[in-house]
Design a protein around this ligand. Structure first.
Ligand code: ADP
Ligand code: MG
Length: 757
């Protein structure tokens, strides 16, 4: 029996899924595979694990040994795995020893864990160790609509594991949960599930959300448009939280700063919503459709004949009294600060520290209005309480990969219609809400309906290595919910063959046979070792080669640093004030100095950016990895903590492969010797061999666009060393790079000088 507090009980009863508990549990008891669809916020993630727990799915495996089954839930995002485990523990009044989480770097799983939230990648690793997942009686794949690569693969694998477990007489239940009803890729795919699984739809008591389109679509300054819209909402509309969707961390911070400046909130500010505002509200409420001139804004909702759209069609349009058009376009909004209307502004994005993320779940201080400025993470993974207004810029930042070359670029693009509707839905959780779309309905109609599954859009070498380690040789025959393009599969196999992770295919025979053989190479012993490391195959190869000359601690550190995003603070961001600009300049100067120190001397410098990473992590650990050390030296504290965890994890992984390595994480690691540097450079070349680039020499220079440029094997166009690299001025003849990112040019990042024979 679960002992919940009265407040939790009450909150639960409001969740739509609670009314469906019996239907859900009957379906699960009677079917091996069940799909549950329900709007974001309907209670899927927090409640279904509790239903299962109460129905005995975490019961004893063996009453004598006292071992228990675990209820496993996978999330595509780390944020969700951590915060949902915390929430469920709290709701059930259980400790984190029993409701736990595991993400790549960390976790709090114990022998007593009964409900385990994990990222999808973690479960994939577990399948390698125990294909039948015998610890689990039920697996929930959450957020399946996101179609993350690992989620897709898990569904494919589980479609085979479930029948195998059935044959063994130890049935495993699979529950797939999705925020949208678009599940045909799972249900109507007979290669995946020969028997169509039942789909349970949870009718969310979603309150109606009135959607307001902009008349015009701002060309590029959607951030400024968000600012103006939030100001208007805050000044004119009744209480209720605001959720703003922007595309990236820098934008989020800059909007937060602007809003805090416009509507400052001081901790001991006893001001509550001041009377004039309330008077304003009631005057709005008393009029059917207020026609108030808001600095020459158009007040009548006009949008090329398309009236405001009501998302929830079976409810009366709500609050038409609030249906005032907030206007489009620029008004020359004055940014005078107004402390009589405090706004409690919080950022939310995935790299934000968990304790800061958790703030959005608490009620804002009395007398303030909550305004969360978020990236896409707020779209489905997390439900923020009390949101009544959504401001949607309509964009998302995505990473695009070239299928063949792997060159990636970050681009801000329009979202899909499904995403836009998800975002709007965030406004109607507790009462009728409003969504302000900063684009016209015509633009919306041009959005793609759904975004394509991740697996069709990115390189798949890590995935293929994991699959080969599971002895899935003919990857092409795998029951993917949506298969990746054949070129992407071929490119992945080729890379893995080059790295020695797969056995070479025969080079004789007919071309067609050769090609077929190429797409079904078995894994090599080296590949098996590589697959045990939770990093990309190129880095895994580097680890696998580092036994000699005691290089492992260095390779582990370099690989950890390369794997973690954004080690260094961003100094190029636009500053909001002169003061900030000066501060950034000072920080940047200090960082450039440190970068030189970390890059070392003599032969070490040849390791380039990888040496900088090694030096930075070494220095940071030496100083105790404190927040203040990071802030002083331009390192991102959260990144450093992640690197520390990953070093620990990789050290454990290496020790378990070669028991005699006896490695430990040394916080006072000495710099590598000259001989070690030589080996490290060879190791780096072995791992990144396909990322080799050669500088165009003066005598070869035919076209100015090749000045200071490098030529790579796969690209026709010139590539350049990124200005942030320590080798930017050096321009060594041969380099390997960690990745190429395309911005104004194609830039290599994470560059080391090498000497290929
Ligand atoms: P779904 O998975 O269907 O999107 P969830 O189970 O995540 O829904 O959320 C159900 C409700 O629980 C939401 O309305 C949200 O307000 C509440 N909730 C979730 N996490 C927290 C939290 N950390 N603190 C407070 N409330 C939360
Ligand atoms: Mg959920």
């Amino acid at each position: 029996p679960v002992d919940r507090t009265p407040e939790i009980q009450e909150a639960r009863l409001k969740l739509p899924i609670l009314a469906e508990e019996q239907v859900v549990m009957e379906a699960i008891n009677e079917n091996p595979i069940v799909i549950i669809c329900g709007e974001t916020g309907s209670g899927k993630t927090t409640q279904v694990p509790q239903f299962l727990y109460e129905a005995g799915y975490a019961s004893c495996i063996d009453s004598i040994l006292g071992e228990t089954f675990t209820i496993g839930i996978t999330e595509p995002r780390r944020v969700a795995a951590v915060s949902m485990s915390q929430r469920v523990a709290k709701e059930m009044n259980l400790s984190h020893r029993e409701v736990s989480y595991q993400i790549r770097y960390e976790g709090n799983v114990t022998d007593e864990t009964k409900i385990k939230f994990m990222t999808d990648g973690v479960l994939l690793k577990e399948i390698q160790k125990d294909f039948l997942l015998s610890k689990y009686k039920v697996i929930i794949i959450d957020e399946a609509h996101e179609r993350s690569m690992f989620t897709d693969i898990l569904i494919g694998l589980l479609s085979r594991i479930v029948p195998l477990r059935h044959k063994k007489g130890l049935p495993l239940k699979l529950i797939i949960m999705s925020a949208t009803l678009r599940v045909e890729d799972f249900t109507d795919n007979t290669r995946l599930f020969s028997v169509k699984p039942p789909v349970i739809q949870v009718d969310a008591r979603q309150f109606p959300v009135t959607v307001h389109f902009n008349k015009k679509t701002p060309l590029d300054d959607y951030s400024g448009e968000c600012f103006r819209k939030v100001c208007k909402i805050h000044r004119m509309l009744p209480a209720g939280g605001i959720l703003v969707f922007l595309t990236g961390q820098a934008e989020v911070h800059s909007l937060c700063r602007r809003l805090r400046k416009a509507f400052p909130y001081q901790k001991n500010n006893s001001c509550c919503l001041c009377p004039p505002l309330n008077v304003l509200f009631s005057s709005f409420l008393s009029q059917a459709l207020p026609k108030i001139d808001l600095n020459s804004y158009s007040v009548v909702p006009v949008d090329e004949g398309d009236e405001d759209r009501d998302i929830d069609s079976d409810d009366d349009a709500a609050g038409s009294d609030l249906d005032l058009d907030l206007g489009d376009g620029d008004s020359g909004e004055d940014e005078k600060s107004d402390s009589s209307l405090p706004l409690f502004v919080l950022p939310l994005y995935s790299l934000l520290a968990p304790e800061k993320q958790a703030k959005v779940f608490r009620s804002p201080p009395a007398g303030t209005r909550l305004c969360v400025v978020a990236t896409n993470v707020a779209e489905t993974s997390l439900t923020i309480p009390g949101i009544k207004y959504v401001v949607d810029c309509g964009k998302v930042k995505r990473r695009f990969y070239d299928r063949i070359t792997g060159v990636s670029s970050f681009r801000v693009t329009w979202i899909s219609q499904a995403s836009a509707d998800q975002r709007a839905g965030r406004a109607g959780r507790t009462e009728p809400g409003h969504c302000y779309r900063l684009y016209s309905s015509a633009v919306f109609m041009d959005f793609e309906k759904f975004s394509a599954p991740e697996i069709t859009k990115r390189p798949v070498e890590d995935l293929i290595l994991q699959m080969k380690a599971l002895n899935i040789e003919k990857v092409i025959n795998f029951p993917f919910p949506t298969p990746p393009p054949t070129e992407a599969l071929a490119a992945a196999e080729e890379l893995l063959i080059a790295l020695g992770a797969l056995k070479e295919p025969p080079t004789t025979g007919r071309l067609k046979e050769q090609l077929a053989a190429k797409l079904s190479c078995p894994i090599s012993p080296l590949g098996r070792v590589m697959a045990t490391f939770p990093v990309a195959p190129r880095y895994a190869k580097m680890l696998a080669l580092s036994r000699q000359h005691d290089c492992l601690p260095y390779t582990i550190t370099i690989v950890s640093a390369m794997t973690v995003r954004e080690l260094f603070e961003e100094f190029d961001r636009p500053a909001v004030s002169e003061e900030e600009a000066a501060q950034l300049k000072g920080k940047r100067a200090r960082f450039l100095q440190m970068q030189k120190v970390w890059a070392g001397q003599g032969p070490m410098q040849k390791l380039g950016d990888l040496m900088v990473m090694l030096g930075a992590v070494g220095a940071c650990e030496y100083a105790g990895c404190t927040r203040s050390f990071c802030e002083e030296n331009g390192l991102r504290y959260k990144a450093m903590l992640e690197i520390r965890r990953l070093r620990g994890q990789l050290t454990t992984a290496v020790n378990s492969v070669c028991a005699d390595a006896g490695l430990y994480v040394d916080p006072k690691m000495k710099p590598p010797t000259e001989a070690q540097v030589t080996y490290l450079r060879q190791i780096v070349l072995a791992g990144l061999g396909d990322h080799l680039a050669r500088r165009i020499q003066a005598e070869e220079l035919l076209d100015d666009k090749w000045k200071n440029a490098y030529k790579t094997a796969l690209l026709e166009d010139p590539v350049f060393i990124h200005p942030s690299s320590v080798l930017f001025k050096e321009l060594p003849e041969f380099v390997v790079y960690q990745e190429i990112v395309e911005t104004t040019k194609m830039y290599m990042k994470g560059v080391s000088a090498v000497e290929p024979e």
